[in-house]
Design a binder for this molecule. Sequence first.
Ligand SMILES: [Fe+2]
Ligand SMILES: [Fe+2]
Length: 295
Amino acid sequence: MNAKTDKLENKIFRITGLQESKPGGLSRGPKVRLTLQNKAYAGLAAISWNELSGFAIGQVVRVSGDLGKYQEKPQLQIKSIVQADSYDATDLVPTYSGDLKALEARLQACIALIKHEKLRRIVTTLLDKGTELGKKFRLAPASPADISHEPYLHGLWQHTLEVTEFAHGMALQAMRMRPEEYASINICHLVFAGLLHDIGKTTSYEYGNDGIKFALAGRLNGHLIEGYAIMRDALLKEGGFTATEIDRLLHIVASHHGAESDNPPRTIEAMLVHKADSIASQLGSTYGKPHESSF
Ligand SMILES: [Fe+2]
Ligand SMILES: [Fe+2]
């Protein structure tokens, strides 16, 4: 355990993982390992050197202990743990701790980069904060598991902006470095698809007071197909696009997982969105919360 520790006093958590050492075993490790979840932590590793009885996955508890680091990850050494009799359920759902107004301002700035009127109208309509989809886009997590990136409410919004801004920044830099070769990058396509590349996550996950998990659509279809369908419907509803334009835009969504997609990126805009998605999600799942300690 790292020397630097913080005290957690009487904090509310839901138990999402529980592993007990075998009774009578020779192991000199902790007697119990727990994974705990609340508003601030999607999955906090916790250990008890004493045996605990009467606890189970799903139970809501109040915990006190010393929060430090073990192997560069936050770890809580439990000093006391009791069943919680009363609590606010919203305190148990991992939630983005940043400024939502700043996310909204960045979203509007990204939308303003789309000079193509029809594309800008589609994004503005789809992501309007008054619509069901716009609300889900702002509330959904970027992933349901604490092993991946931004697994907390508003995480999709944060991740989408990071991908769009990374992709846009790389496109501008590429055009500056080799203007004759890269001048044809279609910024409207890039930003439009960047903003919608993970829109399928709005239907792929369920999130609420019970926590964050896969929805049936996410388990059966996955967010690439869900997002492809949302974008295709919106393009066809708006109308006035050529088949080539529609295919090139859908390709950015369909290929954004690179080699893990059915088809790898085959246009410069798709390549940039894929690379932006890759760096944003890898940074988030390695150094962002909950992977990096909050102190
Ligand atoms: Fe994705
Ligand atoms: Fe993504």
